[in-house]
Design a protein around this ligand. Sequence first.
Ligand code: SAH
Length: 255
Amino acid sequence: MNFVKPKKSLGQHFLTDQNIARKIVDSLGTEIRDVLEIGPGTGVLTQYLLQRPEINLHVIEIDRESVAYLHQNFPQLENIWSEDFLKSPVDEKFAGSFSVIGNFPYNISSQIFFKILLMRNRVPQVVGMVQKEVAERIASKHGSKNYGILSVILQAFYDIEYLFTVSEQVFFPPPKVKSAVIRLKRNQVEKLPCSDDFFVKVVKTAFNQRRKMMRNSLKSVCEEIPEIYADKRPEQLSVTDFIEMTRLIENLIKK
Ligand code: SAH
């Protein structure tokens, strides 16, 4: 078997440009060992990952046909998991930390990042290709209209770099949108000065009504919002502001 017919329902857009594939794999730093590739498909990134001797590669792929293709074409690849990344207890398969790479299925890319966040203390680095808009959103700073939930909660724990844009023409079949590759490196923050879960809740609640000021959007969370944040809208608050605001609100609620 040397061909897998792309399945739209699984977000399959196979990368056809070898130089870009190599560039994505080269974006993964050298200070790593265990690596998980999400959605290898027919292995365009896998082949270059296997060429890096320092990497111990594991791949997870939902599509049985692609899995069969990988077994046939990469017999040296021992760890091929035929599973759904979103449902699999992937962190239990690794003894220590593991980095993540992939040309992610775009229909579930946000969910992939939310799951990575839950495993953040085990995942030092992520190199992912996603829809360009999603990459911009994740990397954007406060003050930008792209700034949102994923930007704030990912940036609280990761340093994020927008690496490069990729044209729709280098995929089969070409997606409707441009793509981009981003890199996330775990920062030094081990524990926020507030509850992590409450922080996520505050950020989500604020952005769910993004045109409202904090005093209105966060009513369901706390009756009284600290004065300096009360008349701000979520895109005006930096990641540090969100953390500090959550800490203050938490103290108010505890009283
Ligand atoms: N890496 C390949 C394929 C990218 S397309 C390339 O660059 O050419 C996205 C891949 O993710 C597809 O192979 C698809 O089958 C796989 N996929 C989709 N949903 C998945 C899930 N929930 N878990 C694991 N893999 C998934």
